[in-house]
Ligand binder design. Sequence first.
Ligand code: MN
Ligand code: MN
Length: 466
Amino acid sequence: MEKKTSKAKQLAKELLYEPRPVASAETAEAAQNFCEGYKAFLNEGKTEREVTAWCEQLLLQKGYQPFCPGTNYPAGFKVYMVNRGKNILAATIGSQPMEQGFHINIAHIDSPRLDLKPLPLYEDGDLALLKTHYYGGVRKYQWAAIPLALHGVFCRPNGETVRLCVGEDEGDPVFCVTDLLPHLSAEQNERKLRDGIKGEELNILVGGTPVADEEAKNRVKLYTMQLLHEKYGIVEKDFIRAEIEAVPAFKARDLGFDRSMIGAYGHDDRVDAYPALMAEIETKAPHYTTVCVFADKEEIGSDGVTGLQSDFLFHFLRQLCAGQDADWITAFRASKCLSADVSAAFDPTFASAYEKQNSAFLGRGITVEKYTGARGKSSTNDAPAELVAYLADLLDENGVAWQTGELGRVDLGGGGTVAKYVANRNIDTIDIGVPVLSMHAPFEVVSKIDVYMAYRAFKAFNESLR
Ligand code: MN
Ligand code: MN
């Protein structure tokens, strides 16, 4: 009897796949160390502009030079390019000709948030408030009654861009969207959850002091505008020529008694951007030219000049090719791309939203997704099995913990990434990413092990000879 069991056990070990969490103290320590830098990065960059500026500073420190089209760069040379202050691309020239293809890592650096409307400021009930239009797929009820910070820019008539950031420093005031008290919520409680807070109820409280003159109208709005004028030299009409985002005011924090996780705003998708950047910077003499790309506008469909449906990346690649007199069509066809974006981690509290066998779990490493999309794989890059095999082998050979994952139960919902916009250019592309709990919430959760494995994955890809 006992012999039979052990034979079955042996058979199961040989034939069956049983994904497990990473349980190595050494790896956990390396992950803890790696994530100290990641938390600082999260706190320094809460908007696409801030992340771009932060990355540019670091790249310059690390010896990257602004990309100059038409240059034939030698192997190992490092260049970067900023697109309109909201995207950044960094590359290390490979020893192989560009016609052998690029190794591209892409993440996005925009996150769901509340954007101010063009004319946001108004007064009601002796309070000054700002009207917003939410950006990306937010569950609106999650954004009330939490501290918010305002980040953004005003563009002055002289062409100067003035930066605004209030709510991040310890001594700063913060802002918030208010919600009803439970004592008076009987009617609101009858709403569907998605309408718990409606779009036009996402109004941000910013002031309560009137100007002294009792004859004046809208005295609280006027006082608020007076403060803004003193501080930033702006008048109300200047809001139209601004880009201001309200984001959660809290900092990234270790989560759990074991500190194995990080709770923060904006993991989606900075949790892939930071590891990709670190891997790019540490890549010294790659075989293939590596390109690290941070896209904007992913959360609203990748449209626009800074989104991946624009040509900013493909122009950059073509200009790199032109410097070597290389045929870009051949180079694209030979390239490989890891489209890095977060995946949905299994949540035991909401288990029915997932199909457990094909879900990603916190702490099992980076997720490799053959496809994303929704309802019959609609609107996805469904990566060829050959490419999945390439990546699986690469990760295994380099000891990178990885798992597979699908975005929840079939027909429940779904989602997309930028992968298809790259694949549509005849570049082999596959989705990869760190699993997240409470995705798109003001406070998202990731596992440090997974963040570290993302870095290891990008590094292995950059250094690969295949
Ligand atoms: Mn994302
Ligand atoms: Mn997202």
